[in-house]
Design a protein around this ligand. Structure first.
Ligand code: GDP
Ligand code: MG
Length: 298
């Protein structure tokens, strides 16, 4: 018997149906905003890596787009593929579900996990919404009969409640291994990507339901000018008719998006940012595999 516990390291994929709080949970687990969050399903389009270092473990969390059954557009099929391959490549899967709500989409995600033979922990999220709290116990009992989970952990990603327990539970089930990433590395995504995602979040929040899923953001240039970081970014829309919606009356909407994105970027980068946004049309980009690749979705 040796004294020290072994060091553990590996990939833990966060999977589940859209909108259960996977991205909020990734940010809470990592303690940094890496993945964008909106009240709308299908906000996450890419695989997002977030690395956490603990004294005896390093966890590489992978946030994924929500798995959904209906996938007619090329964009949605690409998102499903991204989620499925992250799941298959993971050492461990964290199935994220919502307290008191088990839907067909949860069953679909669980089926994927079983088919991929991945060990799974169930994170029951949004427990802050459960009133009275006793209702949670009955729910935990029914979900535990659905699958032989390594553990079931109730959390509130939004309030960072019990997230430390989930982190430790995940770490304890990773394979024995040396750290996979150098200390200090938080993600594998570059700054241009994170800036583009931050702009897309503010845009999605501002647009509500008006331009459903037809938006992509591409950071075209980052440059230094008079001690400021200047960001030139294109907002790609699907159709000519969406351009005036994004721009708004006398440019008011685009101005609001620019302002909130700039504030978020000032916080992210810890410095002043000057942001120029351009709305551009690329017909049916979400149905077009080449356009998706060029916009970095695949
Ligand atoms: P994803 O699609 O699974 O990545 O879900 P998101 O992280 O984008 O979250 C979807 C919505 O659920 C957002 O409006 C979040 O603020 C909200 N949400 C996420 N976690 C919690 C939670 O623990 N409690 C509550 N009340 N809302 C949450
Ligand atoms: Mg998400």
């Amino acid at each position: 018997m040796s004294g020290a516990p072994p060091f553990r390291s590996g990939f833990a994929a966060l999977v589940g149906r859209p909108n259960v709080g996977k991205s909020t949970l990734l940010n809470a687990l990592v303690g940094e905003k890496l993945s964008i969050v909106t009240p709308r399903p299908q906000t996450t389009r890419h695989r997002i890596l977030g690395i956490v270092n603990l004294p005896q473990a390093q966890i590489a969390f992978v946030d994924t787009p929500g798995l959904h059954r209906e996938a007619r557009r090329a964009l949605n099929r690409a998102m499903n593929r991204t989620a499925a391959s992250a799941l298959e490549d993971a050492d461990l899967v964290v199935l994220v579900a919502e307290a008191l709500k088990w839907e067909d989409g949860d069953t679909l995600a669980l089926e994927r996990i079983v088919r991929a033979h991945r060990p799974a922990i169930l994170a029951v999220n949004k427990v802050d919404r459960v009133r009275p709290r006793e209702r949670l116990l009955a729910y935990l009992a029914t979900v535990s009969s659905r699958h032989d989970f390594l553990a079931i952990v109730p959390v509130s990603a939004l309030k960072a409640d019990n997230v430390d327990v989930l982190r430790r539970t995940i770490a304890a089930h990773l394979p024995e291994s040396q750290a996979l990433f150098t200390e200090g590395q938080v993600t594998d995504r570059g700054m241009a990507f994170r800036i583009g995602e931050m702009i897309r979040e503010k845009l999605t929040l501002e647009l509500n339901q008006e331009v459903p899923y037809g938006i992509a953001v591409e950071v075209e240039q980052l440059r230094e000018e008079d001690g400021q970081l200047v960001v030139e970014a294109a907002i790609w829309v699907d159709r000519e008719g969406q351009k005036p919606i994004v721009i708004g009356a006398r440019g008011a909407r685009l101005k609001r998006v620019g302002r909130s994105a700039r504030l978020a970027l000032n916080g992210l980068l810890g410095r002043r940012v000057h942001l120029n946004l351009w709305v551009k049309v690329r017909a049916n980009w979400a149905d077009n595999a080449r356009a998706l690749r060029e916009l970095g979705v695949e």
